[in-house]
Design a protein around this ligand. Structure first.
Ligand code: SF4
Length: 633
């Protein structure tokens, strides 16, 4: 059965024997998982053996699209890269905007699965049914922008989308990224290292096929109304103007701007990292991903100073924070230069900045000395040094070799109590939030499948919409405690609610900003459009969408359980649980995780003792098939 919105095909590339296979997309997956992230979870759990080496031949990398990818629905240009993550050894995923996903659908494929390992560097070329593995020895060693330009030159079609890795991915830096068309990063968890381990320099995609939705006229009506809603949304207009840098002042105001390796949540130099400061001085144009009427992307240019001439799209708030307040640097040109270097070399900007912050604090406390730090005195606020460390990580030179393994592994090698300064969850470096001033964030970071995840569930005090939904579900009398960022009460309810909505967002796949801060679209909107696109009536029920989301969250948990993850791993760094916030609006706050974990497991139907799904939950979610090989004492 052909389901509307989908191309109906999975494309597999086996690098070991240089073959391509096309197979039908199982239509029941749409009913059970919707698409995107959900499809990838279904496939990765079934096809990967537990405990394999993420950088070995047996790992697979999936690029997944959803039912609205490439359609008229707003913000539907996003794609997800999924694999067992080199940085964490567990579930890994990284979402990216731009135009890659739509192009893959137009070529006729909903999922691309990269398997095996090539003996020599190649790039994967997909143009409709023309599928080729192209030799790429002369591209190996190039920066992502150089490789992208060379590949685009060969294909001579400007609409060819190129996802490339840089030298960091080739050298298997554990947090290497994949960069799409020079600007958009599938940054987190090391997807670039997976491609590097398979000797794949890039994936080039161009398609010319049409997509069909189940009810064309109704879909066009809903999509037009949805675009109007984006254009008329006040928060969307603000986001268009200031980009994600709008978050800097919000975070500073609530005392949650990660500063000096998360030691505090307020930063003296915050104003120079705010949208209000940056836009008039550095922004030269606005950009948008495929089908987006919000357009949060900013192209920036530095006219003077040591980084004069630096030019590029980005960084987002997270990257700005990582090479800004986190390192004690109040200078946008430094962050733009770091962004340009990270994109060219193929590094995740968040993990790179966070790992450098770890090294500085470890140095400050005597765990690292100058002999380890290649003669440098590691210090806060030193732009030149931070950029030098960034390049050393990408090249795995000197201390860069140690840091290229990520902060958790580096701390393990260094010893001397340095693990205290490695601010990560399950190996993934913490992004730009702080559970002390925001308990729901703390719970979300501790429980998210890929580690300290800023995109899995982000219940902020501003998200009154979600709190209204939570109040409706769990009682209006609970609202004061639900909206109180400093209490653990009811935070699990709020996290479960948003995590479910975000799951459907990432299965459709639509942009993060369409459902958050505050939401433009709600689960009801998705329930309205999904049957119209797919023709699958059951997707019109919000209860069913919640159940699908629960299934996905639980399936990822089971994937991680096979790798040894359970309640003992749902931890936050002691910085958040033992060190009270030293200053700012959240002064004195710290996270008490245990009661929130108990509430979260109860709501998810997971065992309180080990945090793993119960038999009853597996049955309710039709996941009994996962039983083999899952450790569930
Ligand atoms: S809001 Fe920003 S990230 Fe999201 S689709 Fe639009 S331009 Fe891309």
């Amino acid at each position: 059965m052909q389901v509307g919105g989908y191309a109906g095909k999975i494309l597999r590339v086996n690098l070991t024997d240089s073959s391509f296979h096309v197979e039908p997309l199982p239509s029941e997956w749409v009913r059970e998982y919707v698409g995107g992230d959900g499809f990838a979870a279904r496939m990765l759990f079934s096809e990967l053996k537990p405990r394999i080496d993420p950088l070995g031949e047996d790992n697979k990398l999936i690029i997944a699209t959803g039912p609205v990818t490439g359609t008229l629905w707003p913000m539907s240009g996003r794609t997800v890269f999924v694999s067992k993550a080199p940085l964490t050894g567990i579930w890994g995923e990284s979402h990216v905007g731009g135009f890659l996903g739509p192009e893959l659908k137009y070529a006729g494929y909903d999922l691309l699965v990269v398997e095996g390992r090539s003996d020599e560097p190649v790039y994967i070329s997909i143009e409709d049914s023309d599928l080729e593995l192209m030799k790429a020895a002369e591209l190996w060693g190039l920066k992502t922008n150089e490789a992208t330009a060379a590949i685009k030159g060969r294909h001579s079609d400007p609409d060819t989308q190129v996802a490339a890795i840089g030298p960091a991915g080739e050298r298997l830096v554990r947090f290497a990224s994949v960069i799409v068309n020079n600007a958009r990063a599938a940054g987190r968890t090391g997807m670039g290292a997976v491609l590097g381990s398979k000797k794949v320099k890039a994936i080039a995609v161009r398609g010319h096929k049409a997509l069909e939705v189940s009810d064309h006229d109704e879909f066009v009506r809903l999509a037009k109304a949805a675009h109007k809603r984006v254009r008329e949304n006040g928060q969307a207009r603000e986001m268009h103007k200031w980009g994600t840098w709008i978050l800097t002042s919000v975070k500073q105001t609530i005392g949650e701007l990660p500063t000096y390796n998360h030691r505090t949540g307020v930063f003296d130099g915050w104003e120079k990292l705010s949208g209000e400061y940056i836009r008039p001085r550095y922004t030269i144009s606005d950009r948008a991903c495929f089908g987006c009427s919000l357009g949060c992307k900013k192209v920036n240019y530095v006219r003077e100073g040591p980084y004069a001439g630096t030019f590029g799209e980005g960084p987002e708030y997270e990257g700005l924070m990582s090479f800004g307040s986190l390192l004690g640097i109040a200078d946008f040109p430094t962050a733009l230069k770091a962004n340009q270097l990270c994109n060219g070399l193929g590094l995740d900007m968040i993990s790179t900045g966070a790992t450098i912050a770890f090294a500085i604090e470890a140095f400050e406390n005597g765990a690292i000395d100058e002999s380890i730090a290649d003669g440098m005195k590691l210090e806060w606020g030193n732009s030149e040094q931070a950029l030098r460390l960034l390049e050393m990580i990408a090249k795995k030179e000197g201390i860069g070799k140690l840091l290229a393994e990520g902060s958790r592994a580096a701390a393990k090698s260094i010893g001397h109590g340095s693990d205290k300064y490695a601010i990560h969850v399950k190996g993934l470096e913490m992004s730009g939030q702080d559970g002390r001033t925001h308990r729901s964030i703390g719970l979300s970071h501790a429980t998210a499948a890929r580690g300290a995840d800023h995109l899995r569930s982000l219940v902020t005090v501003d998200q009154l919409g979600y709190q209204e939904v939570a109040a409706k579900r769990w009682g209006r009398d609970k609202l004061p405690e639900i909206v109180d960022p400093y209490t653990e009460k009811y935070k699990a309810a709020a996290v479960v609610e948003t995590e479910n909505v975000y799951c459907i967002r990432d299965s459709m796949i639509v942009c993060w900003y369409s459902v958050s801060w505050p939401p433009i679209f709600w689960l009801d909107d998705f329930a309205q459009v999904l049957p119209v696109v797919t023709g699958v009536d059951s997707l019109g029920s919000t209860d069913e969408l919640h159940k699908i989301a629960e299934r996905q969250v639980t399936l990822k948990r089971l994937f991680n359980a096979r790798e040894g993850i359970d309640r003992k791993d749902d931890r936050l760094p002691t910085r958040f649980t033992e060190e009270p916030m030293p200053e700012g609006p959240g002064r004195g706050q710290r996270v008490n995780l245990e009661p929130m974990l108990n509430d979260y497991y109860k709501l998810r139907g997971w065992n309180l003792k080990n945090g793993l799904p119960t038999d009853e939950t597996l049955q309710r979610l039709s996941l009994e098939w996962t039983r083999t090989g899952v450790r569930r004492e």
